[in-house]
Ligand binder design. Structure first.
Ligand SMILES: [Zn+2]
Length: 49
């Protein structure tokens, strides 16, 4: 799964618990995040392979 941080346009890996691979809780600012089919662009550990 991928999730897009709308204010920055960065696409992150999304884990089943609602956090990104790099450790951001997407439930805290739910309106900043949207499901995405795009390629992950976050380069932090946990998001990039
Ligand atoms: Zn990330």
């Amino acid at each position: 799964m991928a999730v897009k941080h709308i204010p920055t346009g960065v696409v992150h890996h999304e884990k089943k618990d609602g956090t990104t691979g790099c450790g951001v809780d997407t439930k805290k600012n739910n309106d900043h995040w949207g499901d995405s089919q795009q390629k992950i662009t976050c380069d932090k550990n946990g998001c990039k392979d």
